[in-house]
Design a protein around this ligand. Sequence first.
Ligand code: NAD
Length: 268
Amino acid sequence: MIRIAIAGAAGRMGRVLIEAVAQHPETRLGAALERPGAAALGTDAGVLAGLEPAGVRVAGDIGEVVDEFDVLIDFTAPPATIAHARVCADHGKAMVIGTTGFDAAQSAELDALAAHIPRCQASNFSTGVNLCFRLLELAAQVIGSESDIEIHEAHHRHKVDAPSGTALSMGEVVAAALGRDLRQVAVHGRQGQTGARSREEIGFSSVRGGDIVGDHTVMFAADGERIEITHKASSRMAFARGAVRAAVWLHGRAPGAYDMRDVLALRS
Ligand code: NAD
């Protein structure tokens, strides 16, 4: 059995991840982590997730539990993920990273740490979204240069970053297929006298509200026709199962930076 640690155990994703680890035939929960001072510290992680007791108490310091797991699954916040990645790199522990919203310096540090350990990082761990990445690549190659491309996403009221990491990944896939640099062509949230759009720009818009788990649409609007590729997540279990599948795939692999397209063999 592969021993999994869940960081952010009391969070929206953390609780579902504990359940997904319990359901997978090749994994068991080895450790659970929360931020120092969190109300969940000391609680049984299974009970926290609404399951039978797992015999694993939620810990507040990764150093206390580093010998208890083989792969850490981290869905927390950028500073916490970076701190965990440093410890995992020191101890040769594989890491699945679902946290989004890293700045350029944080992303560079994570990439440097991936030289020491196998790491799978993805802005979205669902199978459907990763399939959409392939469909988007094809759509961009066939109709992208004659279309105006707009990316629209919607998430629950608690989400703290915008646009979503998944929307940015979709933009990167489309931009790469068209030979564009997303940093040069991305236009976020238009307002006021914006002037006409250019053909090259890729527009992003975000909605926040209620309990929306995650909707993404990429529109290719050409003259006379329009293609929309849409993914709708209805349960966080779609991300959690993907993250556990990634952890199993990662276990025993050579150090390096992988993503969900490697896990699902979806690279073109
Ligand atoms: P959340 O706020 O419900 O949960 C985050 C948890 O992390 C909280 O319980 C918090 O206390 C805990 N935490 C913070 N600092 C910590 C530390 N130092 N050590 C241990 N735990 C710590 O948020 P969420 O909705 O579960 O999302 C978490 C992250 O995952 C966000 O960045 C979100 O964008 C991302 N996310 C990614 C995917 C994906 O498929 N890649 C899917 C959903 C969410």
